[in-house]
Ligand binder design. Sequence first.
Ligand code: NAP
Length: 312
Amino acid sequence: MQKILIIGSKGMLGQELVKTFKKDGDYKVIAWDREDIDITREKEVSKKIGFTKPNVIINAAAYNAVDKCESDKKEYKLALDINGKAPGYLAASAKKNKAILVHYSTNYVFNGEPEIPEPAGCSHSCASCSLHQGFQPEIGFNEDAKTSPINNYGKSKLLGEKEVEKNIKKYYIIRTSWLFGKPAISKDAKRSFFDIMLEVGKNPPADGKEVKAVEDENACFTYAPDLAKKTKEIVDAKKPFGIYHIVNSGPCTWYEAVVELYKQAKIKTKVIPVEGSEFPRPAKRPFYSVLVNTKLNPMRSWKEALKEYLKK
Ligand SMILES: NC(=O)c1ccc[n+]([C@@H]2O[C@H](COP(=O)([O-])OP(=O)(O)OC[C@H]3O[C@@H](n4cnc5c(N)ncnc54)[C@H](OP(=O)(O)O)[C@@H]3O)[C@@H](O)[C@H]2O)c1
């Protein structure tokens, strides 16, 4: 039997990881959250993990307040401690106890300007290049793409990736984006975009009875239960260690997402596409941060996953 330690077990993803691994009798699941461990305390991490001796450690704990850590220096320090340094402590403890480490990162480690791929064999004298006929490039960032975050949250998560890579070889870094699902248990838990937009759609603002949604940010939604299952598949199959991109299929904008949500939920409120500049926020968001997965079977589309979420 494998002993698996899930940290951040009350978070949006953590709860689903606990459920998913508990269903399999081959795993003994130990679920920890903030009251059981503070991952920013190096000695505490080393002592508690040394005592527990897990075979697998999954770190789903994180600092996710993207705007707060852009405008407030103390918050940025906290983000660097939780997202940046703590994964290094977990990696060192995992290595010492011969465990493997699964850690999550984000599409915000990229700057939003992906390189446009060319077909294999293209000589770049494209006026005479027939290879482009019918070639549909998958535009986005693959697992090896150059990282270059444009906000503090992204910088803190990139530091976490580097600390993991520096401290252990047996790691899976799973980058994901725009997570949705059952909110985390803690009192300050962020609700996911779909929950917020459902409420707004049912009670639209009095002025105009329409909802505005940003149309110039593109990424992929990820349903937390799907990500948890895919994580288990990677661990079970003993996939090669390294970086993975896991998202539901089909990039979209926030605007397209609200239109689909209201269609599925039969909400009649009108949705108006607007530029991100209509909602000024402290942290810049990448314009196009679609994660391209070249290593795993793709997951179902976000629209199907949304259907399941709404049913629940
Ligand atoms: N949410 C997204 O849209 C999104 C997008 C891309 C990537 N990700 C990544 O996906 C992973 C899971 O995110 P999530 O949305 O499920 O996170 P979440 O809901 O915010 O859950 C994180 C959990 O970690 C706990 N935690 C925070 N600091 C801790 C500490 N110092 N020690 C121990 N526990 C601590 C939190 O407790 P408190 O609530 O009490 O703080 C919370 O229960 C993270 O790595 C995140 O960066 C998320």
